[in-house]
Design a protein around this ligand. Structure first.
Ligand code: 5GP
Length: 178
């Protein structure tokens, strides 16, 4: 399928599954090399990263654990008016090597919030693995060591990412058509 319709929007295919998987394999190999002997704890951020997490973890060959968190948005007193609370971390992170597994880093504010929250749990180190990064949109200084692909500043769906709840199931990535 080269184009798909989700609700009122049309999207055209931009990154095919085989190209995604090639880059996911590269990232997994880098992590296997860099974090060998560290028994990393992967923290996957739901919902968007479920497909990336699955394909990545199938290629991780070093001893590791995996956990899942969600971000709950609620209105509150912050600069943006929306506070994102991290829910679901039950593991003891003390002295652990943590790898955050995220679908996409856009402005980076979500990742900054995650780093702040996980950082209070006294981990030894926190690494970031993101399927996608939009470098033109980044507002904060982040060290994203493991990136499958950099993409332009377009809205995308598929491979776990949604438009209004739909589209997460597509194995390819699609870009919004103007
Ligand atoms: P940030 O806090 O970095 O600006 O935004 C990160 C979050 O925004 C991602 O986890 C994702 O949920 C959402 N997001 C950013 N860009 C896109 C996009 O192109 N498509 C979709 N579906 N979600 C996006």
């Amino acid at each position: 399928m080269d184009t798909i319709q989700i609700k009122d929007k049309r999207f055209s295919v931009s990154i095919k599954e085989q190209d995604i998987l090639r880059e996911v394999t590269r990232v997994a190999n880098e992590i296997n090399r860099d974090l060998a002997g560290k028994n990393p704890l992967f923290v996957s951020v739901l919902n968007g990263s479920f497909m990336f997490t699955s394909d990545l973890m199938k290629r991780i060959t070093i001893p590791c654990e995996i956990s899942f968190v969600k971000l709950a948005s609620y209105q509150g007193l912050s600069s943006t008016g929306v506070i994102k609370e991290v829910i679901g971390i039950n593991e003891d992170l003390t002295d652990r090597t943590v790898v955050i597994v995220e679908d996409i880093v856009d402005t980076g504010l979500t990742m900054q919030r995650l780093l702040e929250t996980l950082g209070t749990r006294k981990p030894k180190e926190i690494h970031i693995a993101s399927l996608l990064v939009k470098p033109e949109k980044l507002k904060v200084d982040l060290n994203i060591e493991y990136v499958a692909m950099n993409i332009p500043n377009d809205f995308i769906v598929g491979y776990g990412l949604d438009y209004d709840g739909f589209g997460r199931n597509y194995p390819d990535i699609y870009t919004l058509k103007e």
